[in-house]
Design a protein around this ligand. Structure first.
Ligand code: DHB
Length: 512
């Protein structure tokens, strides 16, 4: 900032330049400041004993607003099962632990994957990942990023990447609930994505000092963290973030990344209520009641207009996606293949038992068969009420995400604004904030470097958002010539990550 101000003013005094350089030099990574740690990591191929250098709580901006969040940890593998490894020529995994758009700090972690979430989202906002005990480190949910179970143990993408010989960066980021002494919200949109971009810039700025290929940074995250991971990948070097990045003293380097892993992204928030009613509108709540079907139908109509406006072709040559053919698209592209893969892996006894327990699913000629209403019945209760995101009473986490100054929560759709207040207009600054938070906004835009490679996953029983969110993200990327590996986990719930080993293998093999 100082450097730019100096240049803009046309002043090249030695003092100002020295000050600018001092500011930047604070962001130079010190490779000597580490603790050597050892960790046994359970991979699909058995246990690996990994010795690694742990670099803890490094501030990644020169003018942090809250250094507890604007810091990152780095883990560099030194040896695996006693054999020395060198991660300097390999991709770097950039693994965020954001959940619920809440603040996420790595400052107190004592090793890789140890970042606890600071506080939990309100009840109902976040379920534990499937198959994972609801209490993790410190009794908190989903700490340390997305995880799968190997040999009965919880293993995160970060740990598996380390065990595969990769450098792992774990960034903290501000989140929606943070307030200062005056009661001002300083972690609301777009703080979290600004911070993640600043953290990428820090890694790039330290090319050659942090072991790893800074041209192959691969982001990973789940749910809100999955949305931010996708946003990071979609919006690389967008000039729209420049003022925010300047304000916190981000390093002068690109924030474009090479690849993205995104699990159950809670993205496209301004269309998420409509998409939700299209997908889960008829499903009962956990109480057994259905939501107001008239309101649900109104939102569903909005989805039809929105989906047609995208003019988006599906994967595999599927014609332009509309609200009318979308269920067919999901069935053919994702749902039936997921169920088929799941059932094919079971023994014939287990498969028969599953089919007896799940009467909406049929098995014929080694293929799972079912229609859309069968599928909806199979999933059962919807997780969220109506509207799922922009709550009429401003009670959702997303309402808080779009808070400002001392206002905790605001509406971000005309539909909910009207319902609540009778006036249709949302606050004038909200549309630009929605853009900054939406990966869909950046895909196909000029002026951005969108990641080339994408790994996108969601569980078929995850009703935290509409399955069309993943469907559209994958389709939009593919239409823009990005390489997309997208799939759904049959019967997987919110946060499911059932093929983390395959993800890490995919990362290791990605070439420029
Ligand atoms: C998360 C879950 C939600 O249902 C949501 O609306 C936002 C975030 C999460 O788990 O991160």
């Amino acid at each position: 900032r100082l450097m730019q101000a100096t240049l803009a003013a046309g002043i090249f005094s030695g003092t100002a330049l020295r000050a600018a350089c001092a500011e930047t030099s604070r962001l130079v990574f010190n490779a000597d400041d580490f603790t050597e740690l050892k960790k046994t990591i359970t991979t699909a191929k058995g246990e690996r004993v990994v010795t690694y250098r742990f670099y803890k709580a490094i501030p990644y901006v020169s003018e942090p607003i809250d250094v507890a969040y604007q810091s990152l940890n780095i883990s560099v593998p030194v040896s695996i099962d006693g054999k020395r490894v060198d991660s300097s020529g390999s991709p770097i995994l950039f693994s965020n632990s954001v959940g619920g758009y809440m603040p996420s700090s790595v400052a107190d972690a004592t090793g890789i994957g140890g970042a606890p979430m600071r506080g939990l989202p309100p009840t109902g906002m976040q379920a534990p990942p499937q198959g994972v005990a609801p209490t993790g480190i410190g009794g908190e949910v989903q700490s340390g990023g997305n995880a799968m179970i190997a040999g009965g143990k919880r293993v995160s993408n970060a740990e598996l990447a380390l065990a595969a010989g990769l450098t792992v960066v774990e960034p903290g980021a501000r989140g929606r609930t943070l307030t200062d002494a005056a009661g001002t919200y300083y972690g609301v949109a777009p703080a979290a994505i600004v911070d993640l971009k600043a953290a990428v810039k820090y890694v790039r700025f330290n090319k050659g000092r942090i072991p790893g290929d800074t041209d192959r940074i691969v982001s990973s995250g789940t749910s809100a963290g999955g949305a931010l991971s996708a946003l990071l990948g979609a919006s690389g070097d967008s000039p729209l973030f420049a003022p925010y990045l300047e304000a916190i003293g981000a390093a002068d380097a690109s924030d474009a990344i090479f690849a993205v892993g995104s699990w159950c992204p809670i993205a496209d928030l301004e269309h998420a209520d409509m998409a939700y009613e299209w997908n889960w509108g008829a499903n009962p709540l956990s109480t057994g009641n259905t939501v107001d079907q008239n309101l649900s139908a109104q939102l569903k109509n909005g989805f039809a207009t929105y989906q047609s406006s995208l003019k988006l072709k599906g994967l595999g040559g599927f014609g332009p996606l509309t609200s009318a053919n979308y269920s067919d698209y999901l069935l053919k592209t994702y749902l039936q293949p997921a169920a088929t893969q799941y059932l094919a892996k079971l023994s014939s006894e287990d498969r028969a038992a599953y089919l007896t327990r799940n009467p909406h699913i049929r098995w014929k000629a080694n293929q799972a068969r079912f229609g859309w209403t069968d599928f909806l019945s199979h999933v059962g209760a919807r997780k969220k009420g109506l509207p799922a995101f922009d709550a009429f009473d401003l009670s959702s986490g997303e309402n808080n995400l779009f808070g400002r100054d001392k206002t905790k929560a605001r509406h971000f759709t005309a539909f909910s604004q009207t319902h609540d207040t009778g006036k249709t207009a949302i606050d004038a600054d909200i549309p630009a904030l929605l853009d900054l938070m939406n990966p869909m906004f950046f895909i196909g835009k000029p002026n951005v470097s969108t990641a080339q490679h994408w790994w996108i996953r969601v569980g078929t029983k995850d009703s935290d958002t509409s399955l069309s969110i993943v469907g559209n993200l994958a389709a939009a990327l593919s239409a823009n010539k990005r390489k997309v590996n997208s799939a759904m986990y049959w019967d997987g719930g919110h946060g499911a990550n059932e093929d983390a080993d395959a993800f890490v293998k995919w990362v290791s093999r990605l070439n420029k």
